[in-house]
Design a binder for this molecule. Structure first.
Ligand code: SIN
Length: 271
């Protein structure tokens, strides 16, 4: 049953809901937090507008969805709130963050994040939208022949393409990891396609030629608008996504500064 104060506006058939009727900075009661956790599992991405979060209330609200990581690949915004880091891009310079390639966050880890919560701090005048795609919908749209083909298959996820600068930051060697190509969400039980262009480098157990075609087909599948929702950020926007069943893409089409603060929620080994 829906909490009476919350209004839920679904944005597409397969992914995303805008939630209003809640003041995140004020802290949410346990009943509302439970409802939001259920909505998170149902819609995969939750959008909130006109919020007044600062770094502390951002962190505290995110804790309703699980323990937070000290994300090692970007520096914290302050020592007081080490869970919050910034993604700060000057649109006038060449963009180096690689967020304009479809991805789930940090799938090169044995335990990739459960999810992330991103908040707008400085926005460009125009542009800088973010898209999310449902990897449940992507999986469901594959033919039963391809679904059978990839069932039980694993793939290599490797940070070397995109976070070599971050590796230097943490001074650690992240070895490639193997994750299932089809992941079962631990809460909903739904199957999600779990390969992405940024970090998945090789399907296991197939020839090079097979890999070239099949991995490309699977990682490009996310591009269908049928699985996507696009969000235009405004001051006070906050977005929470489930990294286990979605991918996202930050459109690099802006000329001004774009600063976002993010927290990352701890995840499990995909199964
Ligand atoms: C990210 O890839 O986590 C950042 C997305 C964004 O900046 O919109």
């Amino acid at each position: 049953m829906s909490h009476p104060s919350l209004t839920v506006n679904r944005l597409t058939h397969s992914i995303g809901a805008e939630i209003s009727g809640v003041d995140l900075a004020a802290g949410v009661e346990p009943a509302v937090a439970k409802e939001l956790v259920d909505l998170f599992h149902e819609h995969q991405v939750l959008f909130f507008r006109d919020q007044q979060l600062d770094d502390v209330s951002h962190r505290d609200f995110a804790r309703n969805f699980g323990p937070l990581q000290h994300f090692a690949f970007l520096p914290p915004v302050s020592e007081d709130v080490p869970e919050v880091h910034a993604i700060d891009i000057d649109g006038a310079k060449p963009k180096t963050a690689n967020a304009d390639i479809w991805h789930s966050d940090a799938t090169f880890l044995e335990k990739p994040p459960l999810g992330s919560m991103l908040r707008a701090v400085i926005l460009p005048d125009v542009g800088g939208d973010t898209l999310w795609a449902s990897m449940y919908a992507a999986y469901d749209a594959l033919s039963s022949h391809v679904q059978r083909l990839i069932e039980g298959m694993t793939a290599v996820h490797d940070s070397s393409n995109s976070v070599s600068h971050a590796r230097k930051t943490v001074n650690a060697d992240y070895r490639p990891v193997h994750h299932p190509v089809v992941r079962t969400h631990p809460v909903t039980g739904r199957k999600a396609l779990f390969v992405n262009k940024t970090f998945t480098t090789r399907l296991d157990g197939v020839t090079d030629r097979e890999n070239e075609s099949l991995l490309t087909m699977l990682t490009d599948h996310v591009r269908s608008p049928d699985f996507q929702v696009r969000f235009h950020w405004t001051p006070g926007s906050v977005v929470l996504w489930d990294n286990r069943c979605t991918q996202h893409y930050a459109v690099a089409d802006y000329a001004g500064r774009r600063r976002m603060h993010r927290v990352v929620i701890d995840g499990d080994a995909p199964a």
